[in-house]
Structure formats: structure tokens, C-alpha cells
Design a protein around this ligand. Structure first.
Ligand code: NAP
Length: 296
């Protein structure tokens, strides 16, 4: 464990030896990462602090160089800089290499190592929150962007029997499906009816509450009992897709599980400590239910 020895709870104050972690993105002002990581640092009495830096287009290489020069101990990366950071670090883990995207930077010796905990965090949340083991399951992912790619890659890595990718642009869908190797295919939304797990990895439904088209990525009449539906969106907490899937008898959850578990993996990589997920989860839920505007 590094940076330990600070008092737990509200007595903590930054000092000359406080370690810094940060997220870079644009926009980043409404990121939940400072909320959950600072809650984790305080709960474990770690002398760390986490802040958000808005980095504009073209500023990524300078931001990474600045983080290196300042000795920033841990970095998260959010939209739209995940690919640019992959090009700016010294080395990539296999996950970041496969996805061409970095969401977490770790210092190892003199090097900055780019990792990607999004997919592993998603799979960890399925197990932790729903007891859902991916091995042998039929999965369907709607979307072919960064989140869909991470989820598709991780589902295949966790032993899914099939990962069907559904997207409005065939080329992007095929590229995402290829990340699942032999179990990845391009399909259509109708395939949701025979999937054990259905994931919305598009922004469809974000900021909306009405559980009807056009705020649903899949026709909910295809869904039912025995299926797990995960909407990576979590604003609102009960998304239109979650509400519609529950109304059909499916088990459904928003994207907070993935957010928490990708953060917990980063937390452990930086500090060497297991993240206090329950504390971090409560901090985020409190923050959101206070009505704060959120962007993912
Ligand atoms: P992204 O890279 O921009 O990809 C978005 C994908 O959704 C693309 O395939 C896009 O298709 C598709 N899409 C967008 N609007 C659509 C529409 N109206 N109909 C059909 N397809 C549509 O974004 P991302 O980073 O993957 O994020 C996707 C969602 O996941 C966002 O809501 C984000 O907030 C959420 N997310 C959550 C977490 C978490 O921890 N819970 C982590 C990452 C992302 P085109 O390319 O054709 O536009």
C-alpha cells in the first residue's frame, strides 16, 4: 500500500506528500470519478486526492507529459481521449492494446502504462451485482463504440458462447464483433430474444424517462424473465430501457455497476489496495440522488 498513514474520514487534509490521481476528458466537469475515488481514499485513510482536468482536443500529449513530469500517481481517461492516450503512453497492457483505448494509466518504474479496465469492470459487475457468470452464455451488445468494444472483448475473454453485436453501421459492428474472435458475430436487434444477456452500449435513453421508442435500443417485447439486461447509461438511474425490461420480467440494471467496478480495478492498480466498493457506491448514489447533473 502506498500513501497510507493519513487519518480516515473527515480529518484528512492534503499535505506535501499527498499523492494525486486525476481524470482527463472533455467534458469532464460532471464526471463521477472524483466522487467515488475520493470516497474510497478517505474510507481507507489513504493520503491521496483525485481531481478532474478538462483537456481539449490536441492537448492530450501535453497532458500526459505533464502528468509524467508532475509525478501524477494515477490517471483515468474518459471521452474523447482514450485512443489519443493509448498513443501517448510508454506501454500498453493486452486489454488496452486490443481495444486501442486507455481508460487507466499506471506508473510502473519510470514508465507510464496504459490499461483498460472497462471490459473487465463490466464482467466483474455482472458477477458481483447479479451472480451472472458469463461462461457459456449468449450475449448481445447494442452499439459499436468504445464501451461496446470493451464489453464485447471482455465477454469473449470471460468465455461467452456468443457475442452478437448490433449497430447501425455494419463496418463498426464487424470491427467490434471481431474483438470477440470466433464467438463474435454481427446481428440484428431481433436476436435479443434468444440472448441470456442484453447490453445497451449506446447513449439511447440518456436523459430521458419515457420507456418508449425512440428511447429504447431494443424492442422490449423481445425481452422477458430469465434474461439479464444491462444499460450502460445511468442518467437517469432508472433508464427507459431498464424500466421497459423490468416491465417485461427481465432482471435489469443501469451502468453504475460497470462504472464502479472499472474504477475499483484502477484504484487497486494505483494504490495496491482493494477498493471499498460499497463506500464508493454509496458516495455516487448519494451524489446522484442529490439531483446533480451528470455526464458519463
Ligand atoms: P461512442 O464511442 O460514441 O459509441 C456510441 C455507439 O452508440 C456508436 O456505435 C453509435 O453509433 C451508437 N449510437 C449512438 N446513438 C445512436 C442511436 N440513436 N441509434 C443507434 N446507435 C446509436 O460512446 P461510448 O463511449 O461507447 O459510450 C456509449 C454509452 O455507454 C454512453 O451512453 C456512455 O455514457 C455509456 N458508458 C457507460 C460506461 C459505464 O461505466 N457505465 C462506460 C462507458 C460508456 P454511430 O457510430 O453510428 O454513431
Amino acid at each position: 500500500m502506498t500513501g497510507a498513514g493519513a487519518p480516515a474520514g473527515t480529518d484528512w487534509r492534503p499535505t506535501g506528500s499527498t499523492r494525486l490521481a486525476a481524470v482527463i476528458g472533455d467534458p469532464v466537469r460532471h464526471s463521477l470519478s472524483p466522487v467515488l475515488h475520493n470516497a474510497g481514499f478517505r474510507a481507507l485513510g489513504l493520503d491521496w486526492v483525485y481531481v478532474a482536468f478538462e483537456v481539449g482536443a490536441g492537448g492530450v500529449a501535453a497532458a500526459v507529459a505533464g502528468a509524467r513530469a508532475l509525478g501524477v500517481a494515477g490517471l483515468n481517461v474518459t471521452m474523447p481521449h482514450k485512443a489519443a492516450v493509448a498513443a501517448a503512453v510508454d506501454r500498453l497492457t493486452p486489454a488496452a492494446e486490443a481495444l486501442g483505448a486507455v481508460n487507466t494509466v499506471v506508473r510502473a518504474g519510470g514508465e507510464l502504462v496504459g490499461d483498460n479496465t472497462d471490459g473487465e469492470g463490466f464482467v466483474a459487475s455482472l458477477v458481483a451485482d447479479h451472480g451472472f457468470e458469463v461462461g457459456g452464455r449468449r450475449c448481445l451488445v447494442v452499439g459499436a463504440g468504445g464501451a461496446a468494444r470493451a464489453v464485447t472483448w471482455a465477454l469473449a475473454g470471460a468465455g461467452a458462447a456468443e457475442v452478437v453485436v448490433v449497430a447501425r453501421r455494419h463496418e463498426q459492428a464487424a470491427a467490434a464483433a471481431s474483438l470477440a474472435g470466433g464467438v463474435g458475430t454481427v446481428g440484428s436487434a431481433e436476436d435479443a430474444g434468444r440472448a441470456d444477456l442484453v447490453v445497451n452500449a449506446t447513449p439511447i435513453g440518456m436523459g430521458h424517462t419515457g420507456a418508449c421508442a425512440p428511447h429504447l435500443p431494443v424492442d422490449p417485447t423481445l425481452l422477458g424473465a430469465g434474461q439479464l439486461v444491462v444499460d450502460l447509461v445511468y442518467d437517469p438511474l432508472t433508464t427507459p430501457f431498464v424500466a421497459a425490461a423490468r416491465a417485461r420480467g427481465a432482471l435489469a440494471a443501469n451502468g453504475l455497476g460497470m462504472l464502479l467496478h472499472q474504477a475499483a480495478l484502477a484504484f487497486r492498480l494505483w494504490t495496491g489496495d482493494e477498493a471499498p466498493i460499497d463506500v464508493m457506491s454509496s458516495a455516487v448514489t448519494d451524489h446522484l440522488t442529490r439531483g446533480t447533473e451528470v455526464l458519463t
